[in-house]
Design a protein around this ligand. Structure first.
Ligand code: NAP
Length: 315
């Protein structure tokens, strides 16, 4: 019997992957979606580790991240997406049809949509796991406006554009924002730096790294160390925000597709097309700038439409 060839296989189950699935399914492409392993892994992506999502349009009262992702998944299933709760371990883009494999199965596909996302880098401080979501976040734009963070000092770790942007954003709610940076110069662009350095609510803590986050049930402070003098001090605060960059989940296609040196998949401007014809990328795995659920969902829609056009042209 001839081997079945799928029209489109989607890798990833965040807003980008599921939006691509809804559009592909409604275009009758009968998509298969690998959502990642349920045990240990994290189907649903970064929203699964967020609490309240208040900036996804259509939910004026806000919605919990996991609840939003459950709704995305339900909508994919409603239109017939076949979902495998497995990690993709191997992809072969060298010949058509492409191959996508997990530990349990190997599929052939005419088109692939990569929506495998990115993870915010963390420092894995000793008390970090215990206090995660209890005052520690890797996304000020997602979490900064929560009541728990209002009217108290907050700490941002990092010295790039994200750290500057997030610290500036947090000044709207915080009584004060400390920016802890491991060097004595910022990596952020000059204009962003100026904005940061002259802000009355922001205090720079130069040449410092965090040693631990303090607190029993919620974050109450951060212990930092001066990298030169080795002296330590405690910054009293109600929240710690990481802004030390993201790591795109692109290992599985490394070496087979054009990507930036730091692993972001490159797409042709204004499209989701990658350097391999028939392979599309959407969401955070190709977006280092916006990284929002709604922009990821938008690019997931684009990827499904791009894939649909590609398949129609190559029938
Ligand atoms: P980034 O530019 O890579 O900066 C990461 C920062 O975190 C750096 O200052 C780095 O310190 C620090 N860092 C990294 N690992 C660390 C560690 N283990 N311990 C302590 N500090 C650590 O990342 P980003 O700020 O997320 O920006 C990513 C990209 O998006 C950049 O191209 C940026 O320009 C862009 N972006 C643009 C905007 C905008 O234009 N509005 C906003 C956000 C992001 P070092 O400086 O010492 O390496």
């Amino acid at each position: 019997m001839a081997e079945a060839i799928e029209q489109v296989v989607i890798i990833g189950s965040g807003p980008a992957g599921h939006t691509a699935a809804v559009y592909a399914a409604r275009a009758n492409l009968q998509p298969v979606l690998f959502e990642g392993e349920t045990r240990g892994g994290l189907p649903g992506g970064q929203l699964m580790i967020t609490t309240e999502v208040e900036n996804y349009p259509g939910f004026p009262k806000g919605i919990q991240g996991p609840e939003l992702m459950a709704a995305f998944r339900q909508q994919s299933l409603r239109f017939g997406t076949r979902i495998h709760s497995e990690d993709v371990t191997r992809v072969d883009l060298k010949r058509q049809p492409f191959t996508v494999a997990s530990a349990q199965r190997e599929l052939k596909a005419r088109a692939i949509i990569i929506a495998s996302g990115a993870n915010a880098k963390r420092l894995h401080l000793p008390s970090e796991d215990r206090l995660w979501n209890k005052g520690i976040s890797a996304c000020a734009v997602c979490d900064g406006a929560l009541p728990a963070f209002r009217n108290q000092p907050l700490v941002v770790i990092g010295g790039g554009d994200s750290a500057v942007e997030e610290a500036t954003y947090l000044t709207k709610f915080a009584s004060k924002v400390y920016v802890v940076h491991r060097r004595d110069t910022l990596r952020a662009s000059k204009i962003m730096q100026e904005r940061l350095l002259k802000h009355p609510k922001i205090e720079m803590v130069w040449n410092a790294i965090p040693l631990d986050v303090l607190g029993t049930d919620v974050v109450t402070g951060v212990k930092v160390q001066d990298v030169k003098t080795k002296a330590t001090r405690e910054l009293t605060c109600g929240g710690l925000f990481y802004a030390i960059g993201h790591q795109p989940n692109s290992d599985v296609v490394q070496g087979q597709i054009e990507m930036a040196p730091d692993g972001y998949i490159l797409t042709k401007p204004g499209t989701t097309r990658t350097s391999v014809e028939g392979v599309f990328a959407c969401g955070d795995v190709q977006d280092r700038v916006y990284r929002q659920a709604v922009t990821a969902a938008g690019s997931g829609c684009m990827a499904a439409l791009d894939a649909e056009r590609y398949l129609a042209a190559h029938e």
